[in-house]
Design a protein around this ligand. Sequence first.
Ligand code: SF4
Length: 355
Amino acid sequence: MDLDLRATLAVHGLRARPPVRRRAGAGPSDDGHWSLGGGGGAATLPIVEDSPFELRESGVLTRDGVVVEDALLEPVLRPRFYDLTTADGVPYEKLARLHGTEVLATTVVQTCIRYTAEETRCRFCTIEESLRAGATTQVKQPGQLAEVVEAAVRLDGIRQVVMTTGTSNGPDRGAKHLARCVAAVLERVPGLPIQIQIEPPVDLTWIRRLKDAGATAVGIHVESLDQGVRERWTPGKASVPLARYEEAWAEAVRVFGANRVSTYLLIGLGEDPDELVAGAERLIAMGVYPFVVPYRPLEGSLAHADGVPAPDPLTLVRVTRRVAGALRAAGMRGADQGAGCAACGACSALGAVGG
Ligand code: SF4
């Protein structure tokens, strides 16, 4: 799928009823999951009921009723592990979800110190909404995750795992529980690539301990490199200075290696596009993969309540093309992360231009 169509769909979404979709929770959601024809990988696209795009049951994509010729979207089928339940009665589907075609993703702790008060909550985030809706559990136990991952690998061909977490109060910022979960999963399925996602721990030795637990890659997500944007959009996280993120990224590259570290950069928070690209280039020079994705107005988030729209597709196309060019020039491919969002690529348009 070409970049213009990929970006337009990422912004406008589509009307569709795919078998695998996700409401609320951590990261991008309110979307459906497809695989792109011609070996184009996976795509998560927002489900938007008044979108001009419609994916009909026949598989034909239309825009304002006119067939879009070069679209090939194959729905990802409901995985078999969703029908299983742990010995203590928790449906596997509440513990981990299929993302794209081959990623198992879980939020090991579904609550976050930043989310408690609106003054500190990230305005795009809905991490606790899926918990409130009863779609997930607050804390996933390492043994439960090992059980789910083993089944998802065996029954549904899962090839990598993403573990994220709400931020805890402790100096590990949630890394301790992540390390336990990584170790338990690898004991059950040795060698499976796992990415963990955390805020910079107060105690940076946790980065080494996560690597020692067996993690393949790490995401330390800043969302914006513009301090003014951070203060407006991620006021709690903005209390952690950008300099601290840089220290954490540098330590993570030292421990995990170049292009095994990534960060989300959101397009559409009001940042200057040239500065966003320049910041992405600085990250690339450090060995950190800037996973650029459009801001999604998720139902239940503060920004959605304020009516903040998704970015315009043209800005998304321009930024994505320039960042992908810088990644190619540096020889950094998302797939080389081994695990994680950059390796999956479904929530970004970078994959459409070789990022
Ligand atoms: S890019 Fe990340 S959040 Fe998006 S589908 Fe892939 S693993 Fe999930």
